[in-house]
Design a protein around this ligand. Structure first.
Ligand SMILES: Nc1ncnc2c1ncn2[C@@H]1O[C@H](COP(=O)(O)OP(=O)(O)OP(=O)(O)O)[C@@H](O)[C@H]1O
Ligand SMILES: [Mg+2]
Length: 382
């Protein structure tokens, strides 16, 4: 069974009266890959600093393996950190960079012998695919290779937990993708618990067992990547994780939501009859059908070729949706759409309602295209 390793309980941090972490409750399981995801300034690094012991919360507790560690300094925690700006020692070669931490006094008090250090450094360089690089000066390495030295340097101390603050931020897209795979592999091979920080939602979905979505110092949602994508808790999460059309709806009864005066079957339950709700429809969950047979009808106002598919912007009564399709629908085409019940996700109203999920700004030539007329009788019959 999975074991709880780190727990933050009601942790609060304020700087100069500004609350930057608002009663954070977080549970990190042993050996899991947990990612803190959120926009710049939402409190990701601050949360990591609390776990690492570099910052004490103003109130609240931090537990490691069930023991309160608020007052335990960083070097006595079984945690290592790769900081947002990792700094390698440029005057040292690869071997000495990685060996650095091992040459210091160990938490248990005794020092490692030279041969023990050498054995562990070489084994770790192999893990990060840098075997044979020992004597290279780090200043001659590529960005990705330097990144791997930083990872090896942190892993070599065999921490129980590795904290990684945007470790791939400086790398280009291609290298970033490669390193994502490598990091995930290293995490699985070593069984070390990773707490990873990123503001890149794709990276978070691809790498994590658990994603923690944060905004304004508050945890908005905790879940598996699939949960977070398929069942966002509010408009902020829906918008931050992938593309979303978010529209006002009314939950008529369990399993039936009304959007733009039309009733749609959905799988959501547990709302009050006629409760006002936010409805998320992902761009890939909309099927384009003949104009006459659409549940809704609209006009294409923009199209962008994306390789595998087109992104089209469709005007429904002045509200613009992003739809992804493999069909070519030139600007001006009048289309019908259908949405399956599992393509609709209903959320309660929140303070984020109305702030996200509108693609109006995508359209450039909206003025030229008139709204699609609705047949009132047809509306009645839906
Ligand atoms: N020592 C400090 N003194 C004052 N304000 C601080 C301090 N450290 C962080 N903050 C503020 O706390 C908020 C959260 O900062 P934090 O570094 O945790 O954000 P982040 O989510 O890591 O952002 P980014 O993605 O830009 O790194 C920010 O508004 C930041 O300016
Ligand atoms: Mg940060």
């Amino acid at each position: 069974m999975e074991k709880g390793l780190i727990r933050l309980s009601e942790c609060r941090v304020a700087f100069d009266g500004d609350v930057v972490l608002d009663n954070i409750n977080l549970y990190v399981k042993d050996k899991e890959f947990l990612t803190l995801l959120g926009p710049s300034g939402c409190g990701k690094t601050t949360t990591l600093r609390i776990i690492g012991g570099f910052l004490k919360p103003d109130s609240g507790d931090v537990f490691f393996d069930g023991v309160r560690i608020n007052d335990v300094p960083p070097h006595k925690r079984m945690v290592n950190t790769i900081f947002q700006k990792y700094a390698l020692f440029t005057h040292l070669n690869v071997f000495d960079n990685v060996a650095f931490g091992l040459k210091l006094k160990r938490p248990e008090g005794k020092k490692l012998s030279k041969s023990e250090i050498s054995e562990r450094v070489l084994a770790m360089l192999e893990v990060v695919s840098l075997k044979g690089f020992e004597k290279r000066s780090v200043s001659t390495l590529s960005g990705g290779q330097q990144q791997r030295v930083a990872i090896a340097r942190a892993l070599v101390n065999e921490p129980k937990v590795l904290l990684l603050d945007e470790p791939l931020g400086a790398l280009d897209m291609r290298l970033r993708k490669d390193m994502q795979n490598e990091l995930k592999q290293i995490q699985q091979d070593t069984g070390i618990t990773f707490v990873y920080v990123t503001h890149d939602q794709e990276e978070a979905l691809a790498m994590s067992d658990t994603v923690v979505v944060m905004d304004l110092g508050v945890i908005q949602q905790i879940g598996t990547p699939e949960d977070i994508y398929n069942e966002p808790k509010n408009a902020f999460v829906a918008d931050f994780i992938g593309e979303s059309n978010i529209v006002d709806g009314i939950m008529r009864v369990d399993g039936v939501v009304e959007i733009f005066g039309r009733k749609f079957d959905c799988l959501d339950k547990g709302f009050e009859p006629n409760e006002a709700v936010d409805v998320v429809i992902r761009p890939e969950d909309v099927d384009i059908v003949e104009y006459e047979s659409g549940q809704l009808t609209g006009t294409v106002t923009a199209i962008t070729f994306r390789g595998v598919m087109y992104d089209i912007i469709v005007d429904f009564h002045g509200f613009k949706w992003l739809i992804q399709t493999t069909d070519l629908c030139p600007v001006g085409t009048k289309i019908g759409i259908k949405i399956e019940p599992d393509g609709i996700h209903v959320m309660p109203k929140s303070k984020y309602s109305g702030m996200y999920g509108d693609y109006s700004s995508y359209s450039t030539d909206y003025e030229d295209i008139s709204d699609v007329e609705y047949d009132e009788e047809e509306i009645e019959n839906v």
